[in-house]
Design a protein around this ligand. Structure first.
Ligand SMILES: Nc1ncnc2c1ncn2[C@@H]1O[C@H](COP(=O)(O)OP(=O)(O)OP(=O)(O)O)[C@@H](O)[C@H]1O
Ligand SMILES: [Mg+2]
Length: 296
């Protein structure tokens, strides 16, 4: 195969290091330390790590907002920071600040202009993307009146308006309730279905587990673990059976049956539902965009 036919990965980091000078004496702080990562096109990739581990700094290097002190960053084969690389990316910053007196439509139209969405068809595209994130009913309201969940969704609309191939979401569910977080997870999975690549950071590890194909964990700027979510959380050498109302004598007989075959019954547990699942079942899934008061 001709090597030029090979599709470049969405993100490629090779030995990226980023130092900051802090304090009056300019003491060096290494925020990212020799980080190498490859995110193939079409993957949902989770960047995890405790506060201050270098996730947002890594994202800023990918966006070209920060120049790495050492190492190389490429986006779909183009050097990070070039117009070509930047055009391919939609970005939702951590704790975004949006001008509160703009309506949702005005805000997304403003970003559409910056991102070079052609004037012809721009308004239709803005409407389409606002509908897609479930804010159609609140599009003409001022952003200053939006709830946190709505702010993150308008931020997502802003990031998607120019139909980027790579979507980078830095803590899209910070401060969002479980219903809003589940809606954002649903939108991320829809982006994946459309063939988009998504890089997400989140401290909601259950959400990461639900949406990501692969994750990397950073600690003090260094990569400490990387792998497929299924491989990391699953154990292929063990199976769990969930049985409805098994009487103790049948459980004992089952243990006996397994023992006769040289199998060890490792544990018998009461399955627990996840609290977020119970919350979603009980509160009831409100339709997207329903947080706005009725206009009638
Ligand atoms: N502009 C800056 N100047 C000086 N130090 C910085 C700067 N930006 C980040 N840092 C430092 O670099 C380290 C990594 O910060 P970063 O924001 O990348 O972490 P993070 O993993 O995104 O954390 P969080 O989970 O809190 O968002 C931290 O020690 C932080 O204080
Ligand atoms: Mg951060």
């Amino acid at each position: 195969m001709n090597t030029s036919d090979k599709v470049p990965p969405a993100i490629e980091l090779e030995g990226v290091t980023k130092d900051f000078s802090v304090g009056l004496r300019g003491v060096k702080l290494r925020a990212v330390d020799g980080l190498s990562l490859v995110v193939p096109e079409g993957e949902v990739f989770g960047l995890l790590g405790p506060n201050g581990s270098g996730k947002s700094t890594t994202i800023k290097v990918i966006l070209g907002l920060l120049a790495p002190g050492a190492g190389v960053c490429r986006v779909f084969g183009a050097p990070g920071g070039t117009v070509e690389a930047r055009r391919a990316i939609g970005y939702l910053p951590e704790a975004p600040y949006f001008y509160r007196y703009l309506s949702g439509t005005e805000l997304v139209r403003f970003y559409a202009g910056i991102c070079g969405v052609p004037r012809r068809g721009r308004d239709a595209r803005v409407r389409e993307v606002i509908e897609w994130v479930g804010l159609g009913g609140a599009a003409e309201r001022r952003v200053g009146t939006y709830s946190k969940g709505m702010l993150q969704r308008i931020g997502l609309a802003q990031a998607l308006v120019h139909d980027p191939r790579l979507v980078i979401l830095d803590e899209p569910t910070a401060g969002v309730d479980p219903i809003g977080a589940a809606e954002i997870s649903g939108l991320i999975l829809k982006l994946k279905q459309r063939g988009k690549t998504v890089l997400i950071t989140s401290h909601l590890l259950a959400q990461i587990e639900d949406v990501c194909d692969r994750v990397a964990i950073l600690d003090r700027g260094r990569l400490i673990l990387e792998g497929e979510v299924g491989e990391l959380v699953g154990r292929r050498d063990r199976q769990a059976l969930v049985v409805d109302k098994l009487p103790p004598e049948e459980l004992a007989a089952l243990g006996q049956w397994l023992a006769e075959r040289g199998r060890r019954l490792v544990s018998v547990e009461q399955p627990r539902a996840r609290l977020d699942k119970i919350f979603l079942e009980r509160v009831g899934k409100a339709p997207a965009g329903s947080e706005q008061p009725s206009s009638s």
